[in-house]
Design a protein around this ligand. Structure first.
Ligand SMILES: Cc1ncc(COP(=O)(O)O)c(C=O)c1O
Length: 391
């Protein structure tokens, strides 16, 4: 038997099974409608790709500093000023290998083994898996439709003592945005209780109501008795449409950023240089990126209307990101079985909720509307037909 660590024994992503089966069916010539994918169907913006092409023959593209290309760090601070009217300094920003790289570096910088960090359910599974792999205790707090899938202070209160809290706004899988007043309350509560707050803002830019402020912009208005850190994580993967380039960033107070930079020197040396140049140029492609968001807005309407007419109308608010979280408990199949049947019988690939909520996920399916409008329309028709004939 190979000797492996207990802490690396994290659960697999069940969506990978769906994707593998979808690929197998496609290789047999089946037409599969992809509502399982959690990434933009577009490439990096054209202007960013052009900038990279220009560099390939001319620049050595060696390592950058561990905290990232100075011009990119500077540009990120300007982004906070332009988008949110929030001033931050370059020494508060560390560029990382995607938001995923930011999680590992931040969790390592902030928590010791055995400490307790709240993760919300349903929520993005990597938070709990990364924490578990680092020996940190992930404390699940269940969200529900009753409070629009937002955390309440009384739920958090009941988990004290705590060392950290991870929230995403907008969230994957529910699309929930935490409104400004609630985010301010969360920050104050965390500071009052000496709890480090990590806010995953990766889906910022993809929202369909009022654009939420960055948590960094609320710090002055959210006093608390301690100076517990607030750490914002973002990425070029979603709004900037650059998943495979693997670039993200952390923005936080300088002492935390400095520690993350030091860890990064050893863990990765630096994020990929060519990708950082691409990211820098992507800031000049806002028109193209906003056109993507307009498409997500149309897609969202198509999917929500299509699901409702199929009778699948118990959905979370879907304020942002590109997902609809749907309660399918009344169908009584269990979401893994249901997703397998939809894939096999009508060629619609979806994500069973078990990845996002280990306790109640078999009652939910996540639909992604990051793809094309035509694909969504056909999927909704197929689901409506299935619901009429097969349940
Ligand atoms: C909420 C959330 N955070 C982080 C990530 C990972 O982002 P990245 O590609 O920047 O590592 C994802 C990817 O789906 C996500 O949904």
């Amino acid at each position: 038997m190979v000797q492996l660590s207990d802490r690396s024994d994290v659960p697999p992503f069940y969506v990978m099974e769906v994707m593998r089966e979808a690929e197998r069916l496609e290789s047999e010539g089946r037409d599969i409608l992809h509502l399982e994918v959690g990434q933009p169907s577009t490439a990096a913006p054209a202007g960013a790709l052009e900038a990279v092409e220009g560099l390939l023959g001319t620049d050595r593209l060696g390592y950058t500093g561990a905290a990232g290309l100075p011009a990119l760090r500077k540009r990120i601070t300007q982004w906070y000023q332009w988008r949110y009217e929030t001033d931050i300094d370059v020494d508060q920003v560390v560029v990382t290998t995607g938001a995923s790289g930011s999680f590992v570096l931040s969790f390592l910088a902030l928590f010791d083994p055995g400490q307790r960090v709240v993760v919300l359910e349903p929520g993005y599974p990597c938070y709990r898996n990364d924490l578990a792999a680092l020996g940190v205790s992930a404390v699940p707090v269940a969200l529900s439709a009753d409070n629009d899938y937002r955390p309440s202070l009384s739920d958090l209160e009941s988990c004290l003592p705590l060392d950290g809290l991870v929230v995403a706004s907008p969230s994957n899988p529910t699309g929930t945005v935490i409104p400004e007043d609630q985010m301010r309350n969360l920050i104050s509560w965390c500071r009052g209780n000496n709890v480090t707050l990590i806010v995953d803002e990766i889906y910022h830019g993809i929202t369909f109501g009022d654009a939420p402020p960055t948590a960094l912009g609320l710090l002055d208005q959210s006093p608390g008795e301690t100076d517990a850190p607030v750490v914002v994580i973002n990425s070029f993967s979603k709004y900037f449409s650059m998943t495979g380039w693997r670039v993200g960033w952390v923005a936080t107070q300088p002492a935390v950023a400095a520690r993350i930079e030091r860890l990064s020197q050893s863990l990765t040396i630096a994020p990929p240089t060519v990708s950082q140049h691409c990211a820098l140029a992507a800031f000049d492609c806002i028109d193209e990126l906003e056109a993507n968001v307009a498409r997500y807005r149309d897609n969202r309407r198509i999917l929500l209307e299509g699901l409702a007419s199929a009778g699948l109308d118990k959905t979370a608010p879907a304020d942002g990101a590109f997902y609809v979280w749907c309660d399918v408990s009344l169908l009584g199949h269990g979401s893994q079985h249901l997703a397998a049947r939809w894939l096999d019988e009508i060629g619609v690939a979806t994500t069973p909720g078990i990845d996002f909520d280990q306790r109640r996920g078999s009652d939910f399916i996540r639909f992604s509307y990051a793809g094309g409008a035509d694909e969504l329309e056909r999927a909704c028709q197929a689901l409506a037909h299935w619901m009429n004939t097969s349940t």
